[in-house]
Design a protein around this ligand. Sequence first.
Ligand code: ADP
Ligand code: G6P
Length: 483
Amino acid sequence: MSKTIIISNRLPVQLEIHNNEIKTTPSVGGLATGMKSVHSGSNDLWIGWSGLTDENIPKNLEEKIDTTLKDHGCAKVKLNAEEVDGFYFGFSNRTIWPLFHYFLEYSEFELNNWEIYKAVNQKFADAIIAKADDDDIIWVHDYQLMLVPQMVKDKKPDISIGFFLHIPFPSYEIFRTLPWREEILRGLMGSDLIGFHTYDYERHFLSSVRRLLGLDVSFNEVHIENRIVKVDSFPMGIDYKKFSEAGKANSLNITENQSDFQQRLNAHKESTKDAKLILSIDRLDYTKGIAKRLNAFEYFLNKHPEYKEKVRLIILAVPSRSNVPQYQLLKKEVDELVGRINGEFSTVNWTPIWYFYRSMPFENLIDLYTSCDIAWLTPIRDGMNLVAKEYIATRTDKTGVLILSEMAGSANEMNESLLINPNNFEQTVAALQQAINMPVEEQQERNDILQKRLERYNVEKWANDFINSLKEQKENSISYVSK
Ligand code: ADP
Ligand code: G6P
């Protein structure tokens, strides 16, 4: 029976070793949380990096690591410290990530990192080639592995290969600044189907293919040698049932079942009856606009002192890519901003910001989603932003207001939220006021529409649409060749 092989840098679980024991933690980030729902319960294989470098793996644990991953339906690609540095922290996160999010000034073009990126992509491709049968489907994910499709196609020309990019594809004017732009495009063109979250990213990609590779693009098909590559948009959904059921269970309000964290949140809400809780959850990443959001919050409190003691901002920032200097600087900036704002506005009874810098278990994430009156998610640029969708899905009684940046891919499907440009502080302040004062009926009306849409276009539908489109494309391609 044919199987699907999922391949991404990040596996759904991360391994750590403490006192010669293997510890697994769920990975954070849209790719891992979304694909995890699709993968669990299937017989598909997921290949990726375990999070450990070769140097960190004691000899006696090697076999156990493999069986631990196997229990999660996964297999590992081994990377040493130099590879992780050049491929992951280097080319992936110091070149491609900032460039594709329009942070051109953060993007570093280092030949050595590019060479390591190529070599590591070949390692991932070899891992697929070793495990794949000709009738399997290969599904490659994200910007860390853009050369893999062509590397696999070279060795297994008849196998079906799909690629999905979880981040924006930038406009041609940005993409063309990359020294290795043609190589990246050629790597991707080894796929039979290339998917993006939005039509805009798809359009940008096709424009680069046409202008940089000179290939014939008609509608959303690219003609290359004797093949056709299809390019399409597939906005990623969430595991709606999981989030809405977790929200329901949480709001049953049975005290014995509540986590300690939830009880504290409830106690807080009781003691500050009219105060609104505003939630912001992101990986600590400069694309998420956390520092700008804090500046906007300060601006809001200065402009509208009547809201002092009436609102509280909860910031949950998950540690991410902390070896990259920009992330270290951001951590410092956020720490200082939180300190300054709390120092400036706190009273004996009130601290305006609660700041958590850590990952949280799923239950606590749900506690936050269900307890907060407003979710304020304002990335400067974001491929999708699943947190926005998760917040709405957990709101069982349909209350809650989402303030969302129009620069997030998810904004395309969430018109009923309050969409803002995060650079426009006046608009942000107006949205905060509107959210704080929005009548319950209006909240429910908006969320009812949003929830129905999220339920219909859930992550399972997203994955099925992609795989079906890939199968269809493969058949069309075969009949095109035989004509
Ligand atoms: P990105 O992929 O850029 O990190 P998304 O919003 O698309 O952004 O996805 C983030 C994912 O990580 C969501 O599925 C969310 O549930 C999960 N997540 C976010 N914060 C935490 C946290 N503190 N602990 C655990 N999981 C988290
Ligand atoms: C984004 C990327 C993913 C990545 C995730 C977490 O969602 O699209 O590919 O896995 O961020 O980042 P990390 O660097 O920890 O894998």
